[in-house]
Design a protein around this ligand. Structure first.
Ligand SMILES: [Fe+2]
Length: 447
C-alpha cells in the first residue's frame, strides 16, 4: 500500500465502521420496539414482578443512557431531558420502587427515545470514530448498543414472568444434527484470558492476561431437562446433604421444588411455561431458569462441580493447534444462525447437538447462545483492570454477592455475547435465562 492510498483506505474503513454501528443500533431498536409494542399501555406500566422494572422504565432508561453517553458526552450537545435523569438512574431507585416514580408514560417514552436517536444519527455522522478512548473504534456507540440489547434481554425476562396470553412468537429451534455426550479433557497450561483487541469489549473483559489452568474435564454440552429431572426424581430438592448450607436455606425459604416455570400435571407429566405457552418438557433441551444454588446441588448429586470462569473461557477459546485464544469457540468470525442460538431468533434453548458448527476446537458444544452458564466464580477484576468509562459499569459490583455467568442465551444479542463477555448475578436469581454445564478436576487415574 502506498502512502497516497492510505487516507482513502482509512476513509473507507471508517465508513464501513459507521455503517456497522448504524446497523447494530437499528437492530437493537427493532428489538426494543418489538418487545414494547406487543403489549398494551396497562401492561407497559405494570410491574410484572417485584424483581423487574415496568417495561416502560426500561424503554426510557435505554433512551436516557443513550442521551447521556452519545448525545451529551460524545456529541457535546445540549441535554434533551436533563430533568428526568434521576428517574432513570438505576443506582438511585431499586426495581421494586420504580413503578411509584413519576415516569414518562408510554407515548412520552417512545417520543423521547425517538428524539434521542435522531440526534445520535447526527452525532454518528460527524464523529471521526477515532482519537480519544470513548470514540476510538466506535466504542461508545458499541457500548450503548450492548446496553440496549442487555435491557432487551431483561425485558424478555419480564415477558417470561408476565401472565396472560402469549404475545411473542418465533420460529422453532433447529433440530439436533449431532450426537453430543460425555466430557472433553482440556489440557493443563497457560492460556490468554480476556482481551485487549476487541474494540467493543467492556472494561471487565480487559486486559488480556495469561492464566494457568490445571487439566480438567468439562461436559461437551450443558445439563439437559432430562438430566435435571433425574436429579429431581432422585429427591434432589429434599436432600440437604446435596446443597450448601446457604443453598439449602434458600431452597427452603423460597420453596424451590423444580426449575422456575416447570409445572407437573395430575398424571405426573412435566410441562414448561414459556412466554405464556405450555409445552411438554423437551428432554434434550438445556435446563433453563435455575439459580446458582440449584446448579451447585445438581453438581454435587452428579459427583462433579461447576467450571471456574477461567476453565469455561479456556474451554471456549483455547485453540490447542495454535496456542492462541479465539474470539468465539468456532473462530474469530461473528456469530451466524448456523453457529449459535442468539438474538431472540428463537424463544427457547435448542436441543443438544443443534449447533455442531459452533463447537470449540476441543469439541465443546453450545458454549455461546442457548443458556447463560453459571460458573463457580465470583465477579472480580482481572489483574490490571481499569474502570472505563465509568465505575458503575463493573467496578462497584466486584467482590459482591454475585456469580459469573458466561456464554449468552437465546435472548442475548451477538453484540453482547462473545468468548470474553462476562455477566454476573446474585446466586438466587433464576428469572434470567440461566443454565449450566459441569466440570471436574482430573484424578491420578485420568492422568
Ligand atoms: Fe441500564
Amino acid at each position: 500500500m502506498t502512502i497516497q492510498q492510505m487516507p482513502g483506505t482509512d476513509r473507507a474503513e471508517t465508513e464501513r465502521l459507521r455503517g456497522r454501528i448504524a446497523d447494530t443500533l437499528e437492530r437493537a431498536r427493532r428489538r426494543t420496539i418489538g418487545l414494547t409494542e406487543c403489549v398494551d399501555e396497562a401492561e407497559l406500566v405494570a410491574q410484572h414482578s417485584r424483581i423487574m422494572s415496568p417495561l416502560v422504565w426500561d424503554l426510557a432508561h435505554i433512551g436516557n443512557q443513550e442521551e447521556l453517553w452519545l448525545v451529551r458526552d460524545v456529541g457535546g450537545r445540549e441535554p434533551v431531558r436533563q430533568d428526568i435523569d434521576h428517574l432513570y438512574d438505576a443506582f438511585k431507585h431499586a426495581r421494586a420502587d420504580r413503578p411509584a416514580l413519576p415516569l414518562l408514560d408510554p407515548a412520552q417514552a417512545r417520543d423521547y427515545v425517538g428524539t434521542v436517536r435522531e440526534k445520535v444519527w447526527d452525532v454518528l455522522e460527524r464523529s471521526p470514530l477515532r482519537g480519544g478512548d470513548l470514540v476510538e473504534g466506535g466504542f461508545a456507540f458499541g457500548m450503548i448498543a450492548q446496553h440496549e440489547q442487555q435491557h432487551d434481554e431483561t425485558m424478555l425476562a419480564t415477558h417470561q414472568l408476565r401472565t396472560g396470553e402469549a404475545v411473542l412468537s418465533a420460529p422453532p429451534t433447529p433440530a439436533a444434527t449431532a450426537t453430543v455426550t460425555g466430557e472433553v479433557v482440556v489440557p493443563a497450561g497457560e492460556f490468554s484470558m480476556g482481551t485487549d483487541t476487541d474494540p467493543w469489549a467492556l472494561d471487565n473483559e480487559r486486559p488480556a492476561h495469561p492464566v494457568h489452568v490445571d487439566a480438567f474435564a468439562i461436559d461437551a454440552a450443558p445439563v439437559t431437562n432430562e438430566q435435571f429431572l433425574a436429579f429431581l426424581d432422585d429427591g434432589g430438592y429434599e436432600r440437604p446433604e446435596l446443597w450448601s448450607e446457604r443453598g439449602w436455606a434458600h431452597r427452603v425459604e423460597a420453596g424451590l421444588t423444580a426449575p422456575q416455570f416447570w409445572e407437573q400435571d395430575g398424571g405426573g407429566r412435566w410441562w414448561r411455561r414459556t412466554f405464556g405457552a405450555m409445552q411438554p418438557l423437551r428432554t434434550h433441551q438445556p435446563v433453563v431458569h435455575v439459580c446458582w444454588f440449584e446448579a451447585e446441588a445438581y453438581a454435587n448429586w452428579a459427583g462433579k462441580r461447576l467450571p471456574t470462569e477461567a476453565e469455561w473461557e479456556k474451554a471456549a477459546r483455547f485453540d490447542p493447534a495454535t496456542g492462541r485464544s479465539r474470539r468465539y469457540p468456532w473462530g474469530d468470525g461473528d456469530p451466524t444462525a448456523a453457529l449459535a442460538n442468539l438474538g431472540q431468533h428463537h424463544l427457547e434453548p435448542a436441543d443438544i447437538g443443534a449447533y455442531p458448527a459452533g463447537a470449540s476446537p476441543l469439541g465443546v458444544h453450545q458454549l455461546i447462545g442457548d443458556v447463560w452458564e453459571w460458573t463457580a466464580s465470583g465477579f472480580d477484576p482481572y489483574p490490571g483492570f481499569r474502570a472505563f468509562p465509568y465505575r458503575e459499569y463493573s467496578e462497584v459490583f466486584y467482590g459482591g454477592d454475585y456469580k459469573v455467568l458466561r456464554g449468552g442465551s437465546f435472548g442475548a444479542d451477538q453484540v453482547a455475547a462473545r468468548g470474553t463477555f462476562r455477566n454476573w448475578d446474585h446466586p438466587i436469581r433464576r428469572q434470567i435465562f440461566s443454565g449450566f454445564r459441569l466440570a471436574r478436576s482430573l484424578t491420578a487415574d485420568d492422568l
